[in-house]
Design a protein around this ligand. Structure first.
Ligand code: GLU
Length: 316
């Protein structure tokens, strides 16, 4: 088997709750089941939303549950130079361009083109600044997502890496196979549009940071909540633009809050109670379809690892 490296990448916007523990447990089980390394990355790139000290709290909560990373955690707020380097590469390849549009500009331009389309509350960027700023001042940086269709030659594309399971693509769709959800596809230019790499407030966007870090940390397998599945096509597109390998992906079921939406701090998710770690882990395991365990933590985790391996083997 090729070397397995997995990761859990929490944003320190709140303590670990029942929903985030599911992703943590699943990524840990997958790494252990495949004799891999499990890393933790604190994703505090959106500095305004992150609270100081929470990274440390999350690591403590994980450790209380027996989930200990195999290397010191990396912290995104200390890695801006790497993200800037990737952005510079995309600019040099003419795949990133500055954008002067405010949300209002985007709305006005979309209306002028007869579109009202929104996606998860996000406007599909109409490409206004692709052809230049027309004397306006650049605020953010965006990825040119139509580079397949435009047949731009891309440097250092590496599709030979063993970790790539299925990536078939035609000119417009990114296709990938999720280990739980099966075949997925997305027409990024049409369904998402040219997305932001660096925001107007100077923060690097999640999409760029996650792609740079997954590659820099040699991540072979991304295991995370299903709410993030929709980002995967964007991330694969960016990996290709930067000539980086594509990991395997597995998206886990979500814990829903009382309002039927994904459990989050906003809809009342309470921090997990780590005075009884097995209780918290049993709830997370139930979401993953694993039976509850009694007894000690180590034995419970070992039982789930064996079950996980049978459920999610990694092919040759
Ligand atoms: N930091 C992201 C979150 O907490 C997860 C990113 C990822 O796993 O790709 O939602």
């Amino acid at each position: 088997m090729a070397t397995y490296t997995g990761r859990f990448a929490p944003s320190p916007t709140g303590p670990l709750h029942a929903g985030s523990l599911v992703a943590a447990l699943a990524s840990w089980l997958d790494a252990k089941a495949h004799s891999g390394q499990w890393l933790v990355r604190i994703e505090d790139v959106d500095t305004a939303r992150c609270l100081p000290g929470l990274g440390r709290l999350i690591l403590q909560q994980l450790a209380d549950c027996g989930l200990v990373p195999d290397a010191p955690p990396v912290v995104q707020s200390r890695r801006s130079a790497l993200y800037q380097q990737a952005l510079d590469q995309l600019i040099a390849q003419a795949l990133a361009y500055p954008c002067a549009c405010s949300r209002k500009d985007i709305e006005t331009n979309l209306r002028a083109q007869g579109h009202t389309s929104e996606r998860h509350g996000e406007l599909i960027y109409p490409g206004t600044c692709r052809t230049g700023l027309q004397g306006r001042v650049g605020r953010a940086w965006r990825l040119r997502t139509d580079f397949y269709a435009s047949n731009k030659p891309l440097a250092h594309i590496n599709t030979a890496r063993a970790a790539i399971q299925t990536i078939a693509n035609n000119d417009t769709h990114v296709c990938w196979t999720d280990r739980r959800l099966g075949l997925q596809q997305q027409n990024v230019p049409a369904e998402v549009g040219d997305f932001v790499l660096k925001r107007a407030d100077g923060c690097f966007a999640y999409q760029l940071a996650v792609v740079v870090d997954d590659a820099a940390q040699g991540i072979s397998d991304v295991v995370r909540g299903e709410d993030l599945a929709d980002n995967t096509a964007r991330q694969i597109l960016l990996q290709r633009a930067l000539g980086l390998p594509t990991p395997r992906y597995l998206h886990t079921p979500l814990v829903l809050g009382a309002n039927g939406e994904k459990l989050s701090k906003q809809n009342g998710a309470a921090p997990i109670d780590t005075t009884e770690p097995l209780r918290a882990l049993n709830s997370a395991a139930a979401v993953l379809g694993l039976p509850g365990q009694t007894g000690n933590l180590t034995d419970a985790l070992a039982t789930w690892i064996a079950m996980w391996l049978r459920r999610y083997p990694i092919g040759p």
